[in-house]
Design a protein around this ligand. Structure first.
Ligand SMILES: C=CC1=C(C)c2cc3[nH]c(cc4nc(cc5[nH]c(cc1n2)c(C)c5CCC(=O)O)C(CCC(=O)O)=C4C)c(C)c3C=C
Ligand SMILES: [Fe+2]
Ligand SMILES: [Fe+2]
Length: 365
């Protein structure tokens, strides 16, 4: 049994990115508007950001995105939200079985619903005073981890909550997270394959430079991610490499059998390279006919895995002459992932994050 080291009532908030409320174009527009007017996502000066969003993106993108969401939508709703809710239920059951206190677990989304604000209100209504927040992103990026943390802080302040907040740090090289992924990938790697592609959500290169607190490390040399630096604490590129190194070592995958690339590029700015869509199209011409794809930046399957990698990626690979394309699912409700989350909560309850507060460096804007 895990004992509560704090006299204050504790609770857990799982925060994920969010989806539109439905596949209606209006709901998708509302979602994209909230997402893309976040200054940590589109970080141009406000007038430019609003012009880009309102004049270049919102007139056409919602219809295209709504169509993509229709391909993945289930009777229960958005996969990302449904899976996150199921994970919360499983974590609640674990806490009920293994902890000696009632610790509510509530889900909030950074964008749209269930909102971060409503989740905090729910937790406050349950008497929670000492909150453990788990942003469901293994890697630090100002457009994912940092904006989730900032949103929780802003909403808690705005609601006038007397709640202490502790944030789970990015867990990109946590051995249990890595082992859980290796376990999920095992059946996909047991059959013959030519290459495994680690595909991570991309970000603009500029975001990496902004998040470099030293101001002089990230993208300043070809091998910046290989050289030790305090900048790595907030370097998305370094952290996705670290995940890949840990995974390939654990799974025994030799260097010639894997590649790393970045997906979901938006707009004309340079994003982290190489690009997943290009790699997938080029592979068959390079002799890679049997491809396994895995996307460790997402812990729950979502639009970017099911539609972008699972449908479009597969179609492009086969059209280019590929023969066998296998997408490894995300951690979703896998018991090893629930073990990992339970471990995070246990560390919090045991007071293990005490010295880690505050955990969030704020990127220079
Ligand atoms: C400037 C644009 C974007 C940045 C930067 C960005 C970073 C980023 N995103 C995720 C996770 C997810 N993104 C998802 C969808 C999505 N992402 C963008 C744009 C940026 N993301 C858009 C416009 C969309 C919407 C869909 C579309 O129109 O293409 C999703 C899927 C959500 C779902 O409902 O399933 C996730 C998850 C991370 C982790 C990240 C930075 C590392
Ligand atoms: Fe995204
Ligand atoms: Fe870096």
């Amino acid at each position: 049994m895990t004992r509560n080291a704090s006299p204050r009532k504790q609770g857990v908030l799982l925060i994920n990115l969010g989806s539109p409320d439905s596949t209606d174009v209006g709901d998708v527009r509302r979602y994209l508007h909230e997402f893309l007017t976040d200054p940590r996502v589109l970080d141009n000066p406000a007038p430019i950001r609003h012009a880009v969003v309102n004049l270049a993106i919102l007139p056409t993108r919602p219809k295209e995105s709504a169509h993509a969401y229709e391909q993945i939508w289930t009777d229960e709703g958005s996969p990302l939200i449904i899976i996150t809710e199921k994970v919360a239920t499983l974590l609640r059951e674990r806490i009920g079985a293994n902890f000696d206190q009632d610790l509510p677990v509530v889900v909030g989304m950074r964008y749209q619903n269930p909102s971060t604000r409503s989740a905090l209100q729910k937790l406050a209504g349950l008497g929670v005073e000492d909150l453990f927040v788990v942003p469901l992103y293994p890697h630090y990026a100002m457009s994912s981890y940092e904006t989730a943390v900032a949103k929780v802080k802003d909403e808690a302040r705005d609601l006038g909550l007397d709640m202490s907040l502790t944030f789970q740090p990015p867990f990109f090289d946590d051995p249990d997270y890595i082992e859980a992924m290796v376990e999920v990938a095992k059946p996909y790697l047991e059959e013959d394959y030519d290459k495994i592609l680690f595909s991570y959500h991309g970000i603009p290169e500029r975001h990496l430079r902004k998040s470099d607190a030293s101001g002089c490390h990230c993208l300043q040399s070809e091998d910046c991610c290989q050289k030790a630096s305090p900048a790595h604490a907030t370097c998305y590129r370094r952290q996705v490499h670290a995940t890949t190194w840990a995974f390939t070592e654990k799974a025994g995958i030799p260097p010639e059998k894997w590649d790393l690339a970045f997906q979901s590029r938006l707009g004309r700015d340079p994003w982290l390279m190489p690009y997943t869509d290009k790699a997938i199209e080029d592979y068959p011409g390079e002799g890679v006919k049997k491809l396994v794809v895995i996307s460790p930046a997402f812990v729950s399957d979502c639009l970017e895995t099911i539609e972008e990698l699972g449908m479009r990626g597969k179609e492009d690979f086969l059209a280019a002459g590929g023969e066998d394309y296998r997408l490894v699912p995300c951690l979703n409700e896998h018991p090893r992932w629930i073990d990992t989350l339970e471990k995070f909560v246990k560390t919090f309850v045991d007071g293990g994050f005490h010295d880690a507060r505050p955990t969030v460096p704020v990127a220079r804007t």
